[in-house]
Ligand binder design. Structure first.
Ligand code: NAP
Ligand code: ZN
Ligand code: ZN
Length: 369
């Protein structure tokens, strides 16, 4: 990792102050690949000059948490404490932190630091920071040889620049999933100009998928859900979809050929992308946000009809705040099932089976005080 202009923490590191003041924090994490998520104690840094300490009230469970615990992407460093859909309350702040007051409701998404100076950071796309973004969990902490620990914990210390404001009127437990599932689906809808009357397909009705449906419907799109079976058909209509297709039923996809302007694919497991491309109108776009293992791509499926295949990675801090303000204005929040920390492994097992309606959210106090 390169130099870090705002790295006040390094001062503490050099003086040894940091080590004296770290705070022991109860958390839940995995000690090895596929190991159960279990209680552990982690250390949070002493707040640096721009830091805010928050008490975690809620943390959503993203499928990426499970990919990381299972080491599906081959890059997890254990122990890992997942969680990047965090809503908390400010409990203290350092001298130069000025954006928030004690008691404010704040969010932490996937990003907790970046260089702030490179073109990507300046453009508000911190996830692509040229010096290396610091993700909320399992990332090297700038200026230290420790790694970041996420929101499956009682409290957290975050630079105030990376905190989000939760608009008044949003239920905090239902707002937590907006920090990842919300921004990850809002961003591509905006990037690809989703508007009134567009025919949008959402593939996979899980955490991301249900937010994609709500957000696209709120933008006036004509939304169709593509789900494995008919189990979620009623829910899809309630979430705002006009159409529903059970993709495992014979002939289901053939009937939709050439129909959609935009397909948002949120599926977490390998599936047939080439077949899905046939559902686009000519020059339509399929955007992948799900992160399954490598899937074969047939050039003919793209070339015929000038189809476009795109990807989209979360969203930067300014766009995340924009999404939250949009959700505040339109009353968009996640459908959640609240659980205690001790139920995380059960929640993972259900998520593995696609049995999530539509985001598990862990109650902060259950991590322990
Ligand atoms: P989730 O809640 O588990 O939902 C995934 C959905 O995919 C399931 O509900 C299911 O929907 C469908 N699905 C699961 N297994 C399937 C299979 N074998 N074949 C077809 N469909 C299947 O997961 P999530 O939290 O929404 O995350 C979805 C994916 O996005 C994950 O890979 C995650 O890592 C990734 N992600 C990416 C970003 C990004 O920045 N791009 C951010 C966050 C998450 P149905 O029951 O409707 O079929
Ligand atoms: Zn996520
Ligand atoms: Zn940068």
């Amino acid at each position: 990792m390169g130099s870090h202009p705002g790295a006040a923490q390094e001062i503490y590191l050099n003086t040894g102050f940091h080590f004296a003041m770290t705070k022991r924090t109860p958390a839940y994490g995995a000690r090895a690949a596929k190991a159960p998520v279990a209680p552990m104690t982690i250390e949070r840094r002493d707040p640096g000059p721009d830091d805010v300490e928050i008490e975690i009230l809620y943390c959503g469970i993203c499928h990426s948490d499970m990919h990381k615990v299972n080491d599906d992407w081959g890059n997890t460093q254990f122990p890992v404490v997942p969680g990047h859909e965090i809503v908390g309350r400010v409990v203290s702040q350092s001298a130069s932190a000025s954006r928030f007051r004690d008691g404010d409701l704040v969010g932490v998404g996937c990003i907790v630091d970046s260089c702030r100076a490179c073109p990507e950071c300046r453009a508000g796309r911190e996830m692509f920071c040229e010096k290396g973004v610091t993700f909320t969990f399992d990332s090297p902490e700038p200026g230290k040889n420790t790694r970041t620990y996420g929101g499956y914990s009682a409290n957290m210390v975050v630079d105030e620049r990376y905190l989000l404001r939760i608009p008044k009127g949003l239920d905090p437990a239902r707002a937590a999933p907006l920090m990842c599932a919300g921004i990850t689906t809002y961003s591509p809808l905006r990037q690809f100009g989703c508007k009134r009357g567009d025919r949008v397909a959402v593939v996979g009705l899980g955490g991301l998928g249900h937010m994609a449906v709500k957000l696209a419907a709120s933008m006036g799109a004509d939304v169709t859900v593509l789900s494995g079976s008919r189990d979620k058909e009623k829910d899809a209509a309630r979430l705002g979809a006009k159409g529903f297709v059970a993709t495992r039923e014979p002939g289901a996809l053939e009937a939709l050929e050439g129909r959609f302007d935009l397909i948002v694919d949120t599926v977490s497991a390998a599936h047939d992308l080439n077949k899905q491309l046939t559902l686009l109108r000519n020059s339509g776009t399929m955007v992948l946000v799900g992160l399954p293992p490598a899937t074969p791509l047939d050039a003919f499926a793209l070339v015929h009809g000038n189809k476009r295949l795109a990807g989209s990675n979360i969203g930067g801090i300014p766009e995340t705040q924009e999404m939250l303000d949009y959700c505040g204005k339109h009353g968009v929040v996640a459908d959640v099932e609240r659980i205690e920390a001790k139920q995380i492994n059960e929640a993972y097992a259900r998520m593995e089976r696609g049995d999530v309606r539509y985001r598990f959210v862990i109650d902060g106090p259950s991590f322990g005080a």
